[in-house]
Design a protein around this ligand. Structure first.
Ligand SMILES: Nc1ncnc2c1ncn2[C@@H]1O[C@H](COP(=O)(O)OP(=O)(O)OP(=O)(O)O)[C@@H](O)[C@H]1O
Ligand SMILES: [Mg+2]
Length: 620
């Protein structure tokens, strides 16, 4: 299988239908056995009524030629009405149950996908762009469920029609049956060949189309940059190349359809012609009645419809196999970081018996004392080593600040601490116990995290703060907002705490989002507080306001603070300068200044001196 740059399988038609793959997808229809049963019954019913109608026509024609005027017209009219009504009800039934099956399966697949995506580790998301994941769970999922539900219908209906027609044909006249069937292999081959061609060229059209959409999007949203760099004509050239490609692919696609459909018509006419020739001479010879010939002519069309449908279905299944693999891959992917078997066993043992307050869910100590990085090395996904043989010991209640040049590895150290990633070698211990021997959920429940790009969720401001502690009262919530200095801006909004923040907090400024995520972390009252550039977008005035609250938050709490602004960290218990994944300097503010190294350089650089010289609440 070929891959694009994201390491993602491309949508190439594979030889043959991969039954094992479709069986795995089929398992998602398990909760819908009632819908499936109904769909199968209605499809078979439709096929039977489809076959019965020409048979009745035959009876009418035969009666006409023999009985003449004494034909029981009323009886036949009633029979026709009954068959038509039956057919209509079956069609209604299968559309209804097919729709129910399709939406149900789609729901199941999306739910399974969403649930698994929530569990997967960060390293998984590093390798896959969000847009790619969204496309899997929306358009791929839609396509697969359509194939599953309507494919079942096509299969059952197609095979029922073909077998009932075949049975009736052989019952009535085997010679004519063989005449009609002689065209089937050619039709099957033509249909299969062209369906694959048509599907693969429409895939090219779709692909170019999405490129065009992206080009429109970039062209419109980036129009300012384009103008500034005078790239209008270059962009227009690129765009017209895309549209030319689109025209070529669309014309190819149209041409294939233009050849296929007439070919099918020709073959169907050939079958009708053969049946007319052979059947006509048999009617003349008095071997069969006229009605039989009429019935066979109707069967010609009835027989060819399912062949076309089934060819389309198999081609679609082959084309969609790459989608199926991707969707199943997402649903079945195991998180790289999860509780080990022994931890799961410990958790199971714990919940069975009453647990003292100082014991956590996994049977270990409930509180975290000393945290140690012991010879930790780390690479992201086999790339360059970001940390090498890194040692660090942090005691309970200590406030540790990390500073250093961009890309030095500060955020990586905190990600390892949160167990978003695990060390490639070496270990991280909590009071001497390797943290991979503790429950992941328990560890993360001990952490309060405030990031540079804070993640809020759609909902109100109050809901977003309460995310930290769902049980918190309104008073606690307001106190948290006040403490971090967020209350002023919240009360300034039209609806105060009830204001909707929009998707991802889009209606708020970055600084406001940081304040809210501060309040959220504070409300959680975590044992360990982790702040990565948490105040980078907050103005110095507001930041000073936060300092007082922060001092309260940090006392007695183990904290890790990354900040470029020195005012946030000068009173930390220990400051580490991290450079190329190593600690190059370590000590208190004053000690590091006296050292005259990187920290001193940072401090004396313009922006830092400005903020550093303003006396903040943290100043000694
Ligand atoms: N998800 C990732 N996948 C691959 N490489 C990464 C990933 N995140 C960070 N890196 C790389 O790891 C190195 C350390 O990055 P890290 O984010 O820890 O630096 P930092 O000290 O926090 O920098 P900054 O001050 O800019 O936030 C960088 O070279 C970066 O390119
Ligand atoms: Mg960082």
């Amino acid at each position: 299988m070929t891959s694009d740059q994201a390491g993602v399988p491309r949508d190439e038609p594979k030889a043959g239908v991969d039954l094992a793959l479709w069986r795995r997808l089929w398992s998602f229809t398990r909760p819908f056995s009632r819908e499936k049963r109904r769909l199968v019954l209605f499809a078979m019913g439709t096929a039977l009524f489809d076959t019965a109608l020409p048979w009745v026509t035959k009876a009418v024609v035969d009666d006409l030629t023999t009985a003449g005027a004494s034909l029981p017209l009323g009886r036949y009219a009633a029979l026709y009405a009954f068959l038509t009504l039956g057919l209509a009800s079956c069609v209604m039934g299968f559309i209804n149950s097919g729709g129910a099956l399709r939406t149900g399966v789609s729901f199941e697949i999306r739910r399974a996908g969403f649930r698994n995506l929530q569990d997967l580790s960060f390293s998984f998301f590093d390798r896959r762009p969000v847009g790619w994941l969204m496309a899997r769970m929306t358009s791929d999922c839609e396509r697969l469920t359509n194939i599953l539900a309507w494919g079942l219908l096509d299969l059952v209906w197609g095979f029922s029609v073909m077998s009932s027609v075949t049975v009736v044909m052989f019952l009535v006249d085997w010679r004519l049956a063989l005449t009609l069937l002689s065209v089937v292999p050619a039709l099957a081959w033509v249909s299969r060949y062209f369906q694959r061609k048509i599907l693969s060229s429409s895939r090219v059209v779709r692909k170019i189309n999405s490129k065009i959409t992206a080009a429109y999007n970039e062209g419109i949203s980036g129009v300012r940059t384009t103008k500034v760099f005078v790239r209008e004509s270059g962009n227009a050239d690129e765009f017209s190349r895309l549209t030319l490609d689109m025209r070529g692919a669309s014309v190819r696609n149209a041409l294939q359809s233009a050849v296929y459909l007439p070919l099918v018509l020709v073959l169907a006419s050939l079958a009708s012609g053969l049946v007319l020739g052979v059947g006509g001479s048999r009617v003349l010879a008095g071997a069969i009645p006229l009605g039989t010939l009429v019935m066979f002519l109707a069967f010609c069309h009835l027989f060819f419809d399912p062949i076309q449908e089934l060819a389309r279905l198999f081609a679609e299944m082959q084309m969609a196999q790459a989608s199926a693999e991707r969707v199943l891959g997402l649903i079945e992917e195991q998180p790289a970081i999860a509780d080990s078997a022994s931890v799961r066993a410990n958790i199971a043992n714990q919940t069975a018996s009453a647990r003292p307050a100082d014991i956590a869910v996994d049977g270990g100590a409930a509180e975290i004392g000393v945290i140690r990085f012991e010879g930790v090395s780390f690479t992201y996904d086999g790339g360059q080593e970001v940390l090498r043989d890194f040692d660090l010991e942090v005691h309970a209640g200590e406030t540790l600040a990390l500073v250093g040049p961009t890309g030095g590895g500060k955020s990586t150290i905190l990600s390892l601490l949160c167990r978003f990633y695990e060390p490639t070698s070496g270990r991280i211990t909590l009071d001497g116990v390797d943290y991979t021997d503790r429950s992941l959920a328990w560890l993360q429940s001990q952490l309060g995290i405030v990031l540079q790009t804070p993640q809020l969720f759609s909902g109100s401001i109050a809901e977003n703060i309460r995310y930290g502690d769902l049980e918190a009262s309104d008073e606690d919530l307001h106190a948290a907002a006040r403490l971090v200095g967020a209350e002023q801006f919240i009360l300034g909004l039209d609806e105060g705490y009830a204001t909707q923040v929009g998707e991802g907090g889009g209606k708020l400024s970055t600084g406001e989002k940081q304040l809210l995520s501060f309040a959220r972390a504070w409300l959680k009252s975590p044992a360990i507080l982790i702040m990565d550039e948490a105040t980078s977008s907050i103005d110095t005035e507001t930041e000073r306001h936060i300092q007082a609250g922060l001092a309260q938050v940090l006392t007695g709490r183990t904290s890790f603070v990354i900040a470029h602004r020195l005012s946030t960290i000068r009173s930390a218990d220990r400051i580490l300068v991290i450079k190329d994944g190593r600690i190059t300097e370590s000590g208190k503010h004053k000690e590091l200044l006296d050292l005259g190294g990187h920290y001193h350089e940072l401090y004396t650089s313009q922006s830092l001196r400005e903020t550093g010289q303003q006396p903040g609440a943290w100043d000694e």
